[in-house]
Design a protein around this ligand. Structure first.
Ligand code: FES
Length: 435
């Protein structure tokens, strides 16, 4: 179940923390967001320490499809309607800037960085037209791609095309940027408060702390358990499948995604809310068998994404009452690009510099969105369901995930192996043997 990234990269190893230390900035979480934050802070001359509970990139980053793009589904029509043109333009600009930062950094890193056009396809031409209109208002030159030019075995009405986006090998990239950072692996944060983190290896005192742990660690501040939920999605790596010469995504969140890496086609999809039934690998395998009968599966893996209430990540101060504590989470399946956006915003915050995107991504913005009611309902159902086992995070009933042999929580997305060990947070500890 290892991703092709994990199979083809060598990450540097770091010792565990073994004493109490002091630093200016502590970054918690060694995925793409945390590592980029630590990288840019160190580049700015800040004394910065990164702690990771296991190994760098052992969480979500190793399972990405590694697309770097400002095209996040048909988001600009939605953002323009719900937030207004100015904020939609800021979102576009923040993500295009992130792409450019990767483009510059990757010039000197051997990480299979490639420029590719990005496409979002749909069976509904009107949706594509609305997105193109919104992008036109924002001054961005997106294009309509005719269905006959789309090299996928699907009946679609066409696609919205963003030129010169990118894809890369995320772990080769991290291996290069992490090399000279002050990192402690196998160092789990046990208690966290502004200014101090008690870890499995000692206490870290820091003026400022960045929490980049996928799902934020602290429950009592920020209400993240109310304003985040998690989604699973699945990937197959196929040999002898076509090169699609681009990065393709269905606008429907239950649809498919396509990109190539070397001689492999990465077919993604089968998504569902964590703890719920969904298509999983079976859906992808069926599609591959039907449309690419001579393709051979060489790897398969799954990933988990934190989703926000309004499709914009939470990046900024952890809450209104926690000074010196910052967070980056809720990347809504766009982890690579959003990690770079987060690194830029958080570096500016830590250095007390102005940043034009602060308000847009503020985790303290209004939570009054329809998804809030859906999350509350899911949590209530999970809490009232009388079956065992229960989730140690807040007590919801766990559901067995037969495809992945895990116990998953529909409330906020914690996952546990059959032996009870923790796979995905927000729970911080495993359980005794399950099932
Ligand atoms: Fe919150 Fe399970 S993840 S109750």
């Amino acid at each position: 179940m290892d991703s092709i990234w994990l199979k083809t990269a060598r990450l540097p190893a770091f010792d565990a923390l073994r004493s109490d230390i002091k630093t200016d900035v502590l970054v918690i979480g060694g995925g793409m967001a945390g590592t980029l934050c630590a990288y840019y802070l160190s580049q700015a001359g800040v004394d910065c320490v990164l702690v990771e509970a296991e190994r760098l990139c052992c969480g979500i980053t190793k399972n990405t499809t590694a697309k770097i793009t400002a095209q996040h589904g048909l988001i600009y029509d939605k953002l323009t309607r719900e937030f207004g043109t100015d904020r939609a333009r800021l979102y576009l600009e923040a993500n295009q800037n992130a792409l450019e930062k990767y483009r510059t950094l990757c010039q000197n890193i051997n990480c299979d960085f490639e420029e590719q056009d990005a496409f979002v396809y749909s069976t509904d031409r009107r949706k594509l037209e609305r997105e193109l209109n919104a992008l036109d208002q924002l001054g961005f030159a997106a294009e309509f791609e005719e269905a006959k030019n789309i090299p996928l075995p699907l009946l679609v009405a066409g696609a919205v095309k963003f030129r010169r986006q990118a894809q890369f090998h995320p772990l080769k990239f991290i291996a290069a940027i992490a090399e000279n950072l002050r990192v402690f692996e196998h160092t789990k944060v046990l208690e966290l408060a502004p200014g101090q983190a008690v870890t499995s290896g000692g206490t870290v005192s820091a003026e400022k702390i960045v929490v980049a742990t996928h799902f934020p660690l602290l429950n009592k501040h920020g209400g993240y358990f109310l304003k985040l939920y998690q989604h699973r999605s699945y990937v197959l790596a196929l040999k002898n499948a076509p090169n699609v010469h681009g990065m393709y995504l269905d606008e429907n969140e239950k649809g498919l995604s396509f990109r190539n890496y070397r001689d492999l086609l990465l077919l993604g999809g089968g998504s569902h809310r964590t703890g719920k039934q969904g298509g999983g690998w079976t859906e992808l395998e069926r599609f591959a068998q039907q449309h690419y009968p001579s393709a051979k599966k060489t790897a398969r893996w799954a990933t988990q994404d934190c989703m926000t209430l309004d499709a914009v990540p939470y990046i900024g101060p952890y809450s209104k009452r926690t000074s010196g504590l910052y967070v980056a989470t809720g990347f809504n399946k766009w982890g690579m690009t959003s990690s770079m956006v987060a690194a830029e915003i958080l570096t500016d915050l830590v250095l007390n510099r102005e940043n034009p995107y602060l308000k847009l991504f503020s985790p303290s913005r209004t939570m009054l969105r329809p998804q809030l009611a859906a999350n509350a309902l899911e949590s209530t159902l999970g809490l009232l369901t009388p079956t065992t086992p229960r989730c140690p995070h807040m007590g919801c009933a766990l559901k067995y995930n037969a495809a992945e042999h895990s116990w998953d929580c529909p409330c906020h997305g914690s996952r546990f192996a059959e032996d009870g060990s923790l796979i995905d947070n927000p729970a911080t500890d495993g359980k005794q043997k399950l099932g």
